[in-house]
Ligand binder design. Structure first.
Ligand SMILES: NC(=O)c1ccc[n+]([C@@H]2O[C@H](COP(=O)([O-])OP(=O)(O)OC[C@H]3O[C@@H](n4cnc5c(N)ncnc54)[C@H](OP(=O)(O)O)[C@@H]3O)[C@@H](O)[C@H]2O)c1
Length: 330
């Protein structure tokens, strides 16, 4: 059977442009013992892909090799199987790539219960929820009554962070790039306050929204928000550095805040990446499932249609054009 896949054939100069990809038509091979054939149904697009496309070998994960199928996670159905662990009809989530079909031995794939929709898997149980849980709960150690600020709050990670924090009894303030996103955070997700960092007087509104200062800052974006929140951190505050999307498409990273306040306020600043914590995924998925089943984790998916929509669509993440978890439906 013929299918399409997209290979990375060039490194991006700064922005991601269509010429760095090549769509190829491939033929599914006959399976060997232990192999399964996956038909991908939902493919995740993530800001981290910008880093995976670059030649940087000093990061937490090696770059995608030129000529290889672009790396991504996704949800897939087993359509042929020579592996008893993964019968035909089973659904899985894992690293599948920018491709309609993939052959696998099952390594790194998690089997999914039949009753959770694929969108909920990618929005809650996969990278966004896992990242939010690892960063906020395991690193941030939130306590009821504390104040949390999350940047990129209407994004897939940020929305999970804010909701988990609300479920744990924190006061939650988020920053996002449109009034519509801010309304969604306040009206649908129950954030105490959402601030449009592109338009509102961020310093003034943040000061008003955090009368007792900020105990936890969950950093998803960098940019000007970082400096303003940094100035409001309480003594013994925790800053969880998850992402710096404002700096992904530039060769001039913005300067960070002065370190004097780290001493004066005795701050703990921790960077982390989810791939370091894959061994904890089953336990974290169980915790996330419990929040989800209790109706405490709402989500919205921004769905693109067809494999090749990823080529232009991935840039929505860098313009703020995505409303919710960006994914391609295949
Ligand atoms: N450490 C980890 O293991 C890990 C795992 C997953 C994700 N992350 C990081 O977490 C962050 C969020 O990822 P996500 O998957 O949840 O993406 P997302 O928030 O769903 O989408 C990206 C959002 O970032 C905002 N943005 C883009 N450029 C910006 C800029 N210059 N300044 C401020 N905001 C900007 C846009 O929202 P607005 O409309 O609000 O501007 C955009 O919608 C990213 O930095 C990502 O790299 C880290």
């Amino acid at each position: 059977m013929k299918y399409k896949a997209i290979k990375l054939i060039k490194r991006p100069a700064l922005k991601i442009t269509p010429d760095i990809f090549q769509t190829v038509t491939l033929e599914t091979p006959a399976l060997e013992s232990g192999q399964i054939l996956l038909k991908q149904t939902h493919m995740s697009l993530d800001p981290a892909m910008r880093g995976w496309m670059s030649a940087d070998t000093n990061s937490y994960i090696p770059p995608v090799e030129l000529g290889a199928v672009m790396r991504s996670s996704g949800v897939a159905e087993v359509v042929e199987s020579k592996n008893d662990r993964f019968p035909v009809g089973a659904r899985v989530v894992g690293m599948i790539g920018w491709t309609e079909y993939a052959v696998s031995k099952g390594d790194g794939l998690q089997k999914l219960p039949p009753d959770i929709p694929a969108e909920a898997v990618l929005c809650v149980l996969a990278l966004p929820g896992l990242t939010a849980y690892q960063g906020l709960v395991e690193i941030g150690k939130p306590k009821a009554g504390e104040t949390l600020v999350v940047s990129g709050a209407a994004g897939s990670v940020g929305a999970m962070v804010g909701q988990i924090a609300k479920a744990e009894g924190l006061r939650v303030i988020g920053t996002a790039g449109t009034d519509e996103k801010c309304r969604w955070l306040e009206d649908e997700l129950g954030f105490d306050k959402a601030i449009n960092y592109k338009k509102d007087d961020l310093a003034k509104q943040l000061a008003a929204a955090t009368p007792k200062g900020v105990d936890i800052y969950f950093e998803n974006t960098g940019g000007p928000v970082q400096h303003i929140v940094f100035g409001r951190m309480n003594a013994h505050g925790r800053i969880i550095v998850c992402g710096m999307i404002a700096d992904y498409n530039t060769d001039k990273p913005s300067p960070g805040p002065n370190w004097l306040n780290i001493i004066r306020k005795r701050l703990t600043i921790t960077g982390f990446t989810m791939p370091d914590h894959w061994d904890q995924v089953p336990a974290m998925m169980a915790k996330l499932s419990a929040y989800y089943m209790a109706g405490k984790l709402k989500y919205r998916a921004h769905k693109l249609q067809g494999l090749e929509s990823a080529i232009e669509g991935i840039n929505l993440l860098f313009t703020g054009g995505n409303t919710g978890k960006l994914m391609v439906v295949l």
